[in-house]
Design a protein around this ligand. Structure first.
Ligand SMILES: Nc1ncnc2c1ncn2[C@@H]1O[C@H](COP(=O)(O)OP(=O)(O)OP(=O)(O)O)[C@@H](O)[C@H]1O
Length: 405
């Protein structure tokens, strides 16, 4: 097997003509740094913002060209607008960009060829509205996509995502989970999955599977050190690829474990994917609640319905006596939810069981399905699904097929 190097990739890319068929994209300085990990090649191509949409074939040509290089197992190419190769990451906070809509010039990613249908990032300039969920390209076979988000890290978002996914499944739905936390993927550990997903027909990726859940995570594809140096457009491209180039099959619901915060990944999801809604995870502490509000505001700005708030580590259950202690000022999230008018989806206690089963790759909903924690997660899941069904009815989209007894 030939070892692929940056020089080999750049040499191959010299055969790709620039826009208007002048020169080649390498000599024109349009190609970013090239990252190679395990035979997969990642880079972006800088194009004028106003031509991003029109130049998608250039992106596709570059991707094909690299895929044909011997030893290359895959290529992921993103278009970046208005930036020179090798520039520092964009300084502007992505959260601020949400209000400007997807059309501002310095941020016009053309997305991915399979993102198709070119909604969102390529919207016309001049205050264009966000596409509504119904207008955005869905994922074939996937009924509803739910984002699980938090304003800050460490509040138990991933623990909540995985148990929520398993609880939705326990309630009778077909469920997948996408770990979009590119900088700190946790699904491989939480679900005890290792190894790499296989490609089918050289194009679609077959998701990994455990406990009946279809699972995709950046952690299966890319070393963490590589992901750490990715810039916005590459993250977006990777996310879109994980959504659209994975053979999810028939799913009632895809749960997306978002990275913490209100950055690029959230915006991509919200802008390009028809999210049925977002679940916000918060702890009772005031600070986390303030951050949760930021998350709420972001989803509202991009017109993604907020399905509700889950209060995690809501109270403590003593392992010896089973007594409950409201040591964290329990109830903060519920009050906050009521105040801002979003549904309260439930409180999950802080228990050793939840922590230990997460660490062991056997989430509590599957390892102790009769236990109190599993019951609480199933209740949360039922409320989430109620909201999804209600929101779908509100927006006139086809209601999900399955109804709880
Ligand atoms: N209800 C709970 N009871 C006990 N431990 C919990 C609970 N929820 C989460 N934890 C533990 O808290 C830690 C952080 O949880 P988790 O990784 O899910 O948070 P996160 O918000 O996704 O964090 P990050 O932002 O780092 O991805 C983990 O060790 C997890 O096992």
């Amino acid at each position: 097997m030939v070892d692929v190097t940056r020089d080999i990739v750049l040499d191959a890319l010299k055969s790709v003509r620039g826009p208007d068929l002048e020169g080649n994209i390498v000599d024109l300085g349009m190609v970013s740094d090239v990252f190679i990990s395990d035979g997969k090649v990642y880079f972006s191509i800088t194009v004028p913002a106003d031509r991003a949409k029109e130049l998608d074939p250039l992106r596709a040509a570059a991707e094909r060209c690299v895929k044909d290089v011997p030893g290359v197992k895959g290529a992921m190419v993103a278009l970046t607008a208005d930036r020179k190769a090798g520039d520092a990451p964009r300084p502007a906070p992505p959260a601020a960009k949400a209000s400007a809509g997807p059309s501002h010039s310095s941020h016009a990613h053309a997305g991915h060829s399979h993102a198709g249908h070119s909604h969102g990032s390529s919207a016309p300039a001049g205050g264009a509205r966000q596409p509504t969920a119904a207008q955005k390209a869905g994922i074939p076979g996937v009924g509803a996509i739910i984002a699980v988000a938090s304003g800050k890290g460490g509040v138990g978002k991933s623990t909540t995502s995985v148990n929520l996914a398993l609880a939705l499944q326990a309630n009778g739905l077909k469920v997948g989970i996408l770990d979009a936390d590119i900088y700190g993927p946790s699904m491989p550990r939480l679900l005890g999955i290792s190894g790499r997903p296989q490609q089918i027909d050289g194009r679609l990726i077959r998701p990994m599977e455990n406990y009946g859940l279809k699972v995709m995570s950046m952690g299966f594809l890319v070393d963490e050190e590589v992901a750490m140096i990715w810039r916005g457009p590459m993250i977006q491209s990777a996310l879109l690829q994980m959504l659209r180039e994975v053979q999810w099959g028939d799913l009632d619901v895809l749960v997306v474990d978002m990275p913490p915060g209100t950055g690029d990944a959230q915006l991509t999801m919200a802008q390009q994917v028809p999210l049925a809604g977002a679940v916000i995870v918060s702890t009772p502490q005031d600070l986390a609640l303030i951050d949760a509000r930021k998350g709420l505001a972001m989803f509202r700005k991009v017109e993604v319905p907020v399905l509700g708030i889950v209060e995690n580590m809501s109270y403590f259950i003593a392992p010896d006596t089973g007594h409950r202690y409201d040591i964290f000022g329990h109830g903060g999230a519920q009050r906050e939810a009521e105040r801002i008018g979003v549904p309260f989806l439930g409180g999950v206690p802080l228990t050793m069981g939840i922590r230990e089963t997460s660490d062991a790759g056997t989430p509590v909903v599957v390892s102790d399905p009769e236990g109190e924690a599993a019951r609480i997660y199933r209740e949360v899941a039922a409320k989430v699904w109620e909201q999804v069904t209600a929101k779908a009815a509100d927006t006139g989209r086809a209601p999900p097929r399955i109804v709880f007894e």
